[in-house]
Design a protein around this ligand. Structure first.
Ligand code: NAP
Length: 208
């Protein structure tokens, strides 16, 4: 499948593009700066320019699946969280519908399914929650992944993925990327949402 990766230049996004290149799928890395093109060209990945704050419909040409891995990051204000994590995701869902995309995987956050339950980062969790709920109601084939705290350690290939995990946990970004790419080809993951942290299940066997 041709897979549009929104947020491809991010720390998880780069792993996703590499895992797609290692699979049967063809990544299209959506980036917002021409300086980022050589990195992806060296990997062997196609790129398309697109900014979630303007019209990025050009990115959806000939796309079979979308992975949304963008985020405004911890160093911006709540306004950017709404504009990118919430509205950028919602616009991406609308474009995916408009362009008849077959599958949409959302990289969300642990606790986004119950934003009231956490005292810190409430605006962030509500933004993620709103985007996730919009995707669920969209009619698209979706999978929502809500990882715990992200680390830059090398992936272990082993995770815990359940529709709900009590508490909190951590997971390497590489394992999040590998899980997302794996789930693209797993019919049992369609129209489901999962919490994801490091664990004992070999991720290549998830839902088989
Ligand atoms: P990251 O490195 O900050 O990557 C975010 C990406 O979003 C960047 O590539 C950035 O582009 C892109 N982006 C931001 N604004 C954009 C815009 N207007 N148009 C297009 N792209 C835009 O984040 P990460 O560490 O990979 O995390 C990915 C996701 O996981 C985020 O949504 C985050 O909220 C979520 N998450 C994080 C944690 C955690 O512990 N940190 C836990 C759970 C979930 P540039 O490269 O051009 O800046």
């Amino acid at each position: 499948m041709n897979v549009l990766v929104i947020g491809a230049n991010g720390k998880v996004g780069k792993h996703i593009v590499q895992k797609l290149l290692d699979s049967d799928h063809q990544p299209i890395a959506m980036i917002r700066d021409t300086d980022q093109i050589p990195f992806f060209e060296e990997m062997g990945a196609k790129t398309v320019l697109g900014d979630l704050e303007s019209d990025f419909s050009n990115a959806f040409f000939n796309v079979d699946a979308v992975i949304f891995a963008a985020g405004s990051g911890p160093n911006t204000g709540a306004d950017k969280t709404i504009i990118i994590d919430q509205e950028g995701a919602i616009k991406s869902v609308n474009l995916a519908k408009q362009y008849d995309v077959k599958q949409f995987i959302m990289l969300s956050s642990i606790k986004a399914d119950q934003p009231e339950s956490v005292n810190e980062m409430k605006h962030y969790l509500f933004a993620k929650h709103r985007a996730d709920e919009y995707l669920k109601d969209s009619g698209l084939n979706y999978t929502i992944i809500r990882p715990g705290g992200l680390t830059n350690e090398a992936g272990t290939g082993k995770v815990q993925m359940q529709e709900h995990i009590d508490g909190f946990g951590m997971i390497p970004r590489e394992d999040v990327a590998a899980t997302i790419v794996h789930l693209l080809s797993v019919p049992k993951a369609r129209n489901k949402s999962f919490d994801l942290i490091s664990g004992q299940t070999v991720l290549d066997e998830l839902l088989y």
